[in-house]
Design a protein around this ligand. Sequence first.
Ligand code: AMP
Ligand code: ZN
Length: 466
Amino acid sequence: MKIYNTLTRKKEEFVPLEEGKVRMYVCGPTVYNYIHIGNARPMIVFDTVRRYLEHKGYAVNYVSNFTDVDDKIIKKANEEGVEPSVISERYIEEARKDMESLNVREATCHPKATEEIDGMIEMIRTLIEKGHAYEVNGTVYFKTRSFADYGKLSKKNIDDLQAGHRDIKVTGEDGKKDPLDFVLWKPKKEGEPSWPSPWGEGRPGWHIECSEMSKKYLGEQIDIHAGGEDLIFPHHENEIAQSEACNDKEFARYWMHNGFLNIDNVKMSKSLGNFFTVREIGEKYDLQVLRFFMLSAHYRSPLNFSAELMAAAKNGLDRILTAVDRLKSVDGVDREPDAGEVAQLEALKGLCEKFDKAMDDDFNTADAVSAIFEMVKLANVSVNNDSSNVFVKKVLMTIVEYCDIIGVITDKKEEMLDADIEALINERQAARKAKNFARADEIRQQLLDQGIILEDTREGVKWKRA
Ligand code: AMP
Ligand code: ZN
């Protein structure tokens, strides 16, 4: 199996540190709002990487953090007049719901930065002891030039960086000895969350959070570290500097980065305002469609979000789900597979190998999905009520199994869209007005069957998913 390693800019054969095991860390979202579908891209692609590694027989220890202390969280908390933890807890819960709807499996562990402060302080202390960091008036900086390999991931030359930094002064960072140095610990400001430390009350810098959480939950050396390509510099470059300077070991063997999800060829981002939340998309589409859309492209390529491409993804997914539904209802014959079926099963095996070959080549999900479409075609052409039950079952199980490797659910009823639920609620209201209580009850029951619970309140009808 080959993985494109950003560190070497090459596809490399994957060899884990420990046979049969994979230690993987994926940088998670900063939780100050609903996640947008750009944030969902790394979640979906690296969940798919994890699923495939497990399909290959690896035991995967998958860690993905929540960044729950950050300027943006504090700003939002001040706007709402609540504690920052109220904001971060709220959006962690919402992010978890979105991940579930996208069929992104829970990580082995989802650490929160605010619960790991002690470990961060320990790491910073070690960096100071080893001469890689220094404190000035309650701020601790990493001494970038003390780490000889700085720039090895982003391929940036330290002297070019120096030139670029010459005129940039960041307020509150006057004590920096070198403009290249970056913050490990910053002193408390009024109205901000803070923790005690040997350098006074304060909070950690963003980069040290991931270095520490990765070390604590996966060890000093890990196999795969991943995130969106905007994290290569400075976040991942700084993580490498901190971790390797602290632990004297290579930090991660393989660095994986997903390309951007764009709108009109511009990166989707909160700051530009050109984003859709996962929640908004979930009102228009089954979120399985979003997952399928993301997997239609290679994870390293940029991907443009558009209604046309979502429609194409929906068609493709429907083709698979319809075939699975039909296979489930086929009433086959109790007999051994005949020669024709044996040949088809051989062809099916070939398609499984084709899927694996595509995924072995740096997770080429687009080609893997094509292999699934070929399985569907084989099913549509060769399975009918005259088929042997053994054959029907094998074809069905294979399609379901391979869809599951890319996280596509085949055995669940499609969730009702919000718009359809609201239309039914309106119809029920109209029926009640017309005193057609039988119809009104029927609609209530119909919604209940779909897991939608209605509540008649003074402000009108409210609904929730069971
Ligand atoms: P953030 O909350 O900004 O730290 O982002 C969380 C994750 O989403 C990181 O891995 C980012 O690289 C990734 N990300 C943010 N925006 C996009 C985008 N438009 N396309 C792909 N990945 C993104
Ligand atoms: Zn990170």
